[in-house]
Write a protein that binds this ligand. Structure first.
Ligand code: TMP
Length: 234
């Protein structure tokens, strides 16, 4: 089948079925827009299984996504969508870029969840953009922007329920959306420890890519522990 796209962590192939794509998760990890890059055997398998588990959980709780089914350890089938070039970040607790940008202490709990948009553009280093910038760049209309925010907050609520049950704290996460053939906005891409910050509720240790960004542990051990917790959750 034809390779349609290769990103930092995944390859996307066409299938014999119209509008169905095959996603293969790669054993590669990057941070800082590719500034730090490594091959880590087993990482693709973990992110595929974690993303599949989370998209199934969201579906069971009324949140639709492009995910169809997991078909192997490293592959899943998804509905074809045209990705909107926005990274939609939801933050419950301050960490990462917002501590540097606005001076919040790491760990500060926000009064309410915050939604931010970043423009997906490697050449520009994925800058933070406002609603007006989004309209200026014709990335989404006002109505679509409001729908993206509402959907992101709905995903946050479901993930908060799940993480709280698992005695974890959902600090922040990044999601992406796409447009279906008939113009519907659908949650897409992945939800994994690569795209979330998750802390242990008791010790605040990380179950996410910060262990790689900050060189504080083994991504495989941490992601495997997180997957085990997810699979143990009923
Ligand atoms: P940030 O604190 O670096 O802005 O990241 C916020 C969240 O978004 C964090 O959970 C990591 C995730 N993220 C991605 O998944 N991809 C990215 O390119 C960036 C910058 C952040």
């Amino acid at each position: 089948m034809t390779l349609l796209y290769e990103g930092k962590a995944k390859r996307i192939f066409s299938t014999e079925v119209e509008d169905v794509l095959r996603v293969e998760y790669k054993d590669e990890v990057t941070a800082g827009n590719g500034a730090k890059k490594d091959y880590i055997e087993g990482k693709g398998r973990l992110n595929n299984q974690i993303t599949s588990h989370i998209f199934n959980y969201l579906k069971e709780n009324g949140v639709k996504s492009h995910f169809i089914e997991q078909i192997s350890e490293t592959e899943q089938l998804v509905e074809s969508v045209k990705i909107i070039p926005l990274e939609v970040v939801v933050r419950n607790i301050a960490a990462g870029s917002i501590t540097k940008r606005l001076g919040f202490d790491k760990g500060h709990v926000f009064d309410e969840p915050l939604v931010e948009f970043f423009y997906k553009n490697d050449d520009l280093n994925d800058p933070l953009i406002t609603d007006d910038h989004i309209k200026l760049l014709h990335l989404a209309s006002e109505t679509e922007i409001q729908e993206l925010k509402a959907s992101a907050l709905a995903v946050n609520q479901q993930l908060l329920n799940l993480m709280t049950d698992m005695e974890l704290r959902l600090v922040d996460f990044k999601i992406e959306f796409g447009l279906t053939k008939d113009g519907q906005i659908l949650l897409a891409d992945e939800i994994s420890p690569d795209t979330c910050r998750i802390w242990d509720a008791h010790s605040d240790t990380n179950f996410d890519k910060d262990v790689y960004r900050e060189d504080t542990g083994s991504i495989i051990e941490v992601y495997q522990t997180f997957l085990n917790k997810l699979e143990a959750h009923k």
